[in-house]
Design a protein around this ligand. Sequence first.
Ligand SMILES: C[S@@+](CC[C@H](N)C(=O)[O-])C[C@H]1O[C@@H](n2cnc3c(N)ncnc32)[C@H](O)[C@@H]1O
Length: 210
Amino acid sequence: MRLRNVKGKQEILNNHPLIILNPEIYKGKWQELFRNNYPIYIEIGMGKGQFIIQQALRNKHINYIGVEKYDSVIVRALKKINIYIPNLKLIRADAFSIDQIFNKEISLIYLNFSDPWPKKRHANRRLTSKEFLLKYNCIFKSSYQIKLRTDNEELFTYSLITLTNHNYKFKEITLDLTKNREKDHISTEYEDKFVEAGYKVYALSAYRDN
Ligand SMILES: C[S@@+](CC[C@H](N)C(=O)[O-])C[C@H]1O[C@@H](n2cnc3c(N)ncnc32)[C@H](O)[C@@H]1O
C-alpha cells in the first residue's frame, strides 16, 4: 500500500475517540472497554477501514477492532468516520505483537487481502504462517474462526495448508468470490479494486474447536 504523509496526522490520532494508541494496556480488558459481553471480531491489516467500519455499523451486537500497522493508513480510516460508533475501536499495532494485546478474548479474525510475502524466506511474515497461527491460539476465546479473502492464489493455497496443519476445518472455500457474493456482502477497498480490474478473489472460512 502506498503511504502518503497525512497533514495533522498526530493530532487526529491523539484525539480521536475510536483510536487506541497503547492497546497493550487493555490486554484481558477489552470487554470492559466495550462495556458489554458481545463477541469481539478483529480485522488484521484493516487498511483504510471500509470493511470494519461497515461491519460495525451493520452489526451492533458485535464489537469490532481494526488492527493496522501504519499511522497514515489509520488516519485515512478515521477520516471516513463522522459519527461515534460504540462497537468499534481501531488500534495501531503490528500483528506480530497481537498476543501482547489480547488474551483469550477474540471470537473471529478477518484477514482481508493481507500482504502475500511471495519470497520463501519471508514466509513466516504471512499472516497465516505457523508463527502467526500460534499467536492466534493465545488470543482466541472458546472457539477459533478465521475468514480470509485474497486475490493471491499462492497465499490462498499456502493458507489452506497451514490452517489444515493446525487442525482447522473449512466451512467455506470459494475460488471466485465475485460469483458467490451474498446480497449483503461488505467489500474491502482492495477487493473493490481487484474486482473492478477483473481479478478473481479467493475466500475461505475456517474454524477450530478449542
Ligand atoms: C493490502 S492492504 C489490505 C487492506 C484492507 N484489508 C483491504 O482489503 O482493503 C494490507 C494492509 O495490512 C497492513 N499490514 C501489513 N502488515 C501488517 C502487520 N504486520 N500488522 C498490521 N497491519 C499490517 C498494511 O499496512 C495494509 O494497510
